[in-house]
Write a protein that binds this ligand. Structure first.
Ligand code: AP5
Length: 193
């Protein structure tokens, strides 16, 4: 099972991807977590992307594509993977298709979590308060830019996957357990495409 979790910042992609990883024993690939790991390691790459992430901008496609290409080929992804935060540009989506074609694999579903902007702001502010601001991009100003970037660069991917018949819309405003149940319906084939 190969999935893409799609949605704006704070929609619940990571929360649901962790649950799916546990339930279906497929690997969560969170580009955000990978990049935060690089930043905290103090590597050359980490130093290069720190400011980009703090500003809520996107890290260059070539860096991200290479990260994902390295992961997808690993044995831990053999049973399947959940892409959380990737692809985020049309170029990334196209590169993903090329790498999957080469490996004779494909995407089963693109799960889109729909959440109102007001709720996104509340969720991010709540997380910032709960974690003592652990994520440098979890503040009102940067979130505003993350949302702008999502609408400008990431949402335009949706027609790409719609054309392939892969989009599955899920109400991300529901409580976490309910969202999980709706995703299970999609995976079990109980939800209308
Ligand atoms: P990334 O880490 O991917 O962040 P994001 O997309 O902004 O998403 P979040 O992690 O904030 O939210 P989420 O949708 O995962 O929600 P979550 O489950 O955490 O990316 C960070 C940065 O890295 C980017 O800005 C960019 O710079 C860079 N980057 C990453 N990928 C890239 C790429 N492919 N290309 C280029 N650059 C890239 O939930 C949020 C909160 O809400 C939590 O507190 C949670 O408990 C709560 N919550 C979740 N679901 C619910 C619910 N149903 N009801 C109530 N609360 C809920």
């Amino acid at each position: 099972m190969n999935l893409i979790m799609f949605g704006p910042p704070g929609a619940g992609k990571g929360t649901q991807a962790v649950r799916l990883q546990e339930k279906y024993k497929v690997k969560q690939l969170s580009t955000g977590d990978m990049l935060r790991g690089e930043v905290s390691s103090g590597s050359v790459l980490g130093n290069r992307i720190k400011e980009i992430m703090e500003d809520g901008e996107l890290v260059p496609d070539d860096i991200i594509i290479e990260l994902i290409e390295n992961c997808i080929g690993q044995p831990e992804c053999k049973k399947g993977f959940i892409l959380d935060g990737f692809p985020r540009t049309v170029a990334q989506a196209e590169a993903l298709d090329v790498m999957l074609q080469k490996a004779d694999r494909g995407i089963d579903h693109v799960i889109v979590l729909n959440v109102d902007e007001g709720a996104l702001i509340q969720r991010i502010e709540k997380r910032a308060a709960e974690t003592g601001g652990a994520r440098a991009d979890d503040n009102a100003e940067t979130l505003k830019n993350r949302l702008t970037v999502y609408n400008r660069q990431t949402a335009p991917i949706l027609p790409y996957y719609e054309g392939k018949g892969l989009l599955r819309q899920v109400d991300g405003m529901l409580p976490i357990d309910e969202v999980s149940a709706r995703i299970d319906d999609v995976l079990d084939g109980r939800a209308a495409a």
